[in-house]
Design a binder for this molecule. Sequence first.
Ligand SMILES: [Zn+2]
Length: 325
Amino acid sequence: MERRGVHVMFNGQRNLAALERLIGEIMPSLGMNWIIVEVNGHYQYASHPEVSEPDGIGKKEARRLAKMARDNGVNLVPMYNCLGHQSWKDKPAALLRSHPEFNEAPDVDATAKEFYCMSWCPNHPEVNPIVLDLFDELLEGFEAKAFHVGMDEVFIIGHCPRCKGTANHELFAKAVNDYHGHLAGGRGVEMMMWGDRLLDAKTMGYGLWESSENDTHQAIDKIPADIVMCDWHYEIMEEFPSVRFFQEKGFRVWPGGWNKEKSIRRFIEVARRDATDKMLGYLATTWTDMNGVVAGLAGEPTDPENERIADVVKGVQLGAELAQD
Ligand SMILES: [Zn+2]
């Protein structure tokens, strides 16, 4: 497979040494050649310092990582998760902490048990001027040729007075097109996103995390087909129809799995079976502490309190192995 990748959550300075080790030692040893680094607020943004978390790395460190990636044949893609995932429960990340006016649903009780993550409002006139500057800083800092905008699991949408009355798929498509216009149109870089909001739960057979139950899926016919769709699925299933679906819609698809061996094996089989020239490879996701994952990949003991790490480590190793040509 052409792209043998890994996605990691980057929490700033505390993960810097692990990220360097991952790019400089571990990925080359596993034959992996793409890394998506989810940076979000963990960068010292010069254009809008207020949206930076206190532990962010600076341009100097980003440039060092970029050079290390180049020297090791790794494509480094920075990511800023857009629209959804702007908080964990009632704890907003730096963007909504510093700009609470962007919150799509300030009246929804974020302390409620079933509450997941806050969203920003795609129609707030001040939000894009800020986040597009952040995209530019990450592209420049990491000297990147591709950018990942996230956009997974957006459950709060169409709620505020600006958005109410517009269909969710229109709102979602507008956000995608705004980011695409800047990234692909303005900067000439490849745009990637998670694909789950573009899959119809009713026809795809996936659940409400891996596909959409709130009508965002119709946006798929309103967005440019040069976006790379990172098609993540983690459950054990016989079929993964989205791999074929995205390619039929004209998109390049990059299937991504997680921590269940059976799911990873079958997903990669299906991806190979249904591959056209638009099927890019396999993307291993991690979703836990990067320092622990990197230690585990290096064969060192991992935190026994974090049961997730051992399976994630195995998942990354298995994905890397099965994605080799
Ligand atoms: Zn809104």
